[in-house]
Ligand binder design. Sequence first.
Ligand code: NDP
Ligand code: 8X3
Length: 247
Amino acid sequence: MRTALITGATSGFGEAASRLFTAAGWRVIGTGRRADRLEALAKELGDDKFHPAVFDIRDEAARDAALDNLPEAFRGIDLLVNNAGLALGTHTAQTADLGNWKVMIDTNVTALVSITHKLLPLLIERKGAVINLSSVAATYPYLGGNVYGGTKAFVHQFSLSLRSDLAGTGVRVTSIEPGMAETEFTLVRTGSQDASDKLYGGADPMTAEDIAGMILWVASLPPHLNINTMEMMPVNQSFAGFAVHRA
Ligand code: NDP
Ligand code: 8X3
């Protein structure tokens, strides 16, 4: 039985992936700040299959306290799914809140790098894998995407660079880059359920289960195969044109 550590398992992709991975026979360590949600998942999935690890991903001491004291059965981590992350705000750069920018960088970049660094020796020992959640925002800029897009571009390039460094170790690295998927993402970004409903309304967006299925597919490929990057969108989402300002 293999073990996956899935960050951000309290909602969206991470919660759906926790269900799919345990159903597919994996053990899952699910992380997040909302203890009640992780406890509910442990109850639903069984505490022999799902271990809740409650910590803020930016808090290295709390993370280490949780991960250095895992129950024996969950210690052999074969897969790190770096999924915890967020966008905050939709303002243009010139009106954006600097505090929001720092939270996005601390969460999407610094914490992701730090947990990856911590687990790499174990992943190398076990010829494991890293699956990082980037975004279409890494490649296609949009108004108000500024620092969020920047963090996801970092995740994309960090994933490719990791592959370079890990050549010969057997460790696989994938950057998954979704477009619009309805989760709590837009509620967190805007603080408004109404704004979230309006964004996804009529768009037939991807679902958390769609993305979780792709994460599981990547993780289940034979060990000689590495998906480097994987980008997906709902059919109803496409590319915008260039903007031209005329005086
Ligand atoms: P959700 O908001 O539904 O889930 C985000 C998860 O991240 C939650 O479990 C949350 O847990 C966790 N998280 C956020 N901040 C922290 C923190 N400081 N410490 C610990 N956990 C944290 O969003 P999604 O499922 O949609 O997003 C998952 C990933 O996918 C993100 O990295 C996002 O950027 C990316 N993505 C999302 C897309 C979309 O359209 N939905 C498209 C492309 C990429 P808690 O709040 O309990 O701590
Ligand atoms: C977020 C993707 O398309 O909602 O990572 O901006 S999108």
